[in-house]
Design a protein around this ligand. Structure first.
Ligand code: FAD
Ligand code: 2HG
Ligand code: ZN
Length: 492
């Protein structure tokens, strides 16, 4: 065991936890409990597990383990705990806060070999599955049963349900179906000491004792590994409509949102917005040459989705709502998708924004929540600050400031594109953006989590006594600090 020491790594300062390094004995043990193909040591094969989606965070793990069962996860974690080996749980590796990759040489435990659906109850809609199931695969399975996953994200083709639960992912359907804190019915979790916490309940009501699963939802692999998920899926709506509108101001975005709650009410299932800078990037990087659904550029765009059971009823409601917006000059232009392909094409514009931003160079991502009236002010204030500092433009540090997100959830994605990541660039936007968020009673992480990007900014959104209690939970469940070290909780 190494002595605790301080170490400088990039811009951040870490206190190394007292974990050990791998020995041949360790490898021999893992070979005794996992199949040979579940142990990855080849340098090229390790690359994808060591790099995050943003290509911003890079670890140097020498070992990836891919257990195939809860028992294998249990044996793996127990051994790591007994031998002080640090572990990073990894799902689809689509996280945006650097939580899914090692900081140093932690062992990656990938859940990709655990992808079975365990059961589905067509009466209640309760789905029980392994944590490594891919979100889109689950949604396709449920489609066959007439049901739908209660969450959806642009990363659905890669992210795992276990990763979703561990980050408490929000996404595009939260407005309609609520957060995973409500839809997750039960979890199976392996604790660092190997204990299997079997709480794969399918009950909607259960008031017996502390609701322990809630502690693991959003704990980003710092308390254990989620191996199984029980989740309540709603019936899939028979009628789905999607409209895209162009607007002149964020005041109009708000007016359209307010009206959608009155006029679309029970059929409203998504209300997503983005700005001109976002559509410009999508056009440049993803839609080049493709048909643009709206003829001219607008300062703002809103995608509205309705999901109901009666197509004629929903069509009439949506048409009337959109006509009202046009007549009152709240929207300037709009289209309604005529078939499933057009629905997918409109959603592809919205879901393509993160990828388009990442193609613009280095992108600083802020995922903040706040009261809707000040949502876009964050983008404008950031832009003005960078203009004042003479830091934005062709040959400057930053190239653009982009705003988009989930209006219905009061969740802004502020992306600041730069030529490259640098300390100088970081210092121009941080801690300014966190102070701005705290001043407007917001949260510095609405849905992406803390990982290694936001852990030291937790105090902007949580009081010292809350952070202290979080540290006590961590100490209780993971006293050797093997689970996803250096992340989530502040260094000090
Ligand atoms: P990973 O990235 O592998 O891991 C994320 C964190 O969870 C890490 O800390 C990891 O250690 C931990 N973890 C993973 N699996 C387990 C497990 N089984 N047990 C314990 N800990 C585990 N997020 C949103 O909230 N809403 C969005 O709309 C959204 N859209 C996105 C769109 C794109 C294009 C991309 C790239 C990302 C998006 N994200 C979004 C972020 C990301 O997809 C989510 O956070 C997702 O839930 C991560 O799942 P994952 O399986 O990829 O987890
Ligand atoms: C989304 O809503 C995701 O598209 C990603 O949460 C946001 O990349 C981002 O900033
Ligand atoms: Zn989002």
């Amino acid at each position: 065991m190494e002595a605790e020491q301080n170490r400088h790594f990039g811009d951040a300062r870490f206190v190394l936890n007292p974990c050990s390094h791998l020995s041949p004995d360790d490898i021999a043990y893992f070979r005794s409990v996992l199949s040979p193909s579940s142990i990855v040591q080849d340098a090229d094969d390790l690359e994808t597990f060591n790099n995050d989606w943003l290509q911003k965070h890079r670890g140097q793990s020498k070992l990836v383990l891919k257990p195939s069962s809860t028992e294998e996860v249990s044996k793996t974690l127990k051994y790591c705990n007994d031998n002080m080996l640090a572990v990073v749980p990894q799902g689809g590796n689509t996280g945006l806060v650097g939580g899914s990759v090692p900081v140093f040489d932690e062992i990656v435990v990938s859940m990709s070999n655990m992808h079975s659906i365990r059961s589905f109850d067509p009466v209640s809609g309760a789905l029980v599955c392994d944590a490594g199931c891919i979100l889109e695969v689950l949604d396709k399975y449920l489609e066959q049963q007439g049901y739908i996953m209660p969450l959806d994200l642009g990363a659905k083709g890669s992210c795992h349900i276990g990763g979703n639960v561990s980050t408490n992912a929000g996404g595009l359907r939260l407005l309609r179906y609520g957060s995973l804190h409500g839809t997750v019915l039960g979890l199976e979790v392996v604790l660092p000491d190997g204990t299997i916490l079997d709480n794969l309940s399918t009950l909607r009501k259960d008031n017996t004792g502390y609701d322990l699963k809630q502690l693991f939802i959003g704990s980003e692999g710092t308390l254990g590994i989620v191996t199984g998920v029980s989740i309540l899926s709603p019936k899939r709506s028979r009628a789905v409509n999607v409209a895209l509108v162009g607007l002149n101001s964020f005041d109009n975005v708000q007016a359209a949102f307010k009206r959608s709650k009155d006029e679309l009410s029970e059929v409203l299932s998504a209300f997503e917005f983005w700005d001109k800078a976002a559509i410009q990037l999508v056009k440049d990087h993803l839609l080049a040459g493709a048909n643009d659904p709206l003829e001219s550029l607008h300062p703002f765009y809103v995608l509205i989705e309705t999901s109901g059971s009666n197509k004629d009823h929903d069509d009439a409601k949506l048409t009337q709502y959109l006509e009202g917006l046009m007549n009152d000059d709240i929207v300037q232009d709009g289209v309604i998708a005529q078939d499933t392909t057009q629905i997918q094409n409109l959603w592809a514009i919205r879901e393509g924004i993160p990828e388009a931003c990442s193609k613009a160079g280095a992108v600083y991502k802020y995922d903040i929540s706040m009261p809707v009236p000040v949502l876009y002010q964050a983008v404008e204030d950031m832009k003005n600050r960078l203009i004042q500092k003479n830091a934005i433009g062709e040959s400057k540090l930053f190239t653009s400031v982009i705003g988009y997100g989930h209006v219905g959830d009061g969740n802004l994605h502020l992306n600041v594109a730069a030529h490259e990541y640098s300390k100088e660039a970081t210092d121009l936007i941080e801690p300014y953006i966190f102070e701005w968020t705290a001043k407007h009673a917001g949260s510095v992480s609405a849905e992406h989590g803390l990982g290694i990007s936001k852990n030291n900014h937790l105090h902007y959104s949580k009081s010292p006594s809350m952070i202290q209690l979080m540290k006590r939970f961590k100490q209780l469940i993971d006293p050797n600090e093997i689970m996803n070290p250096y992340k989530y909780l502040p260094d000090q």
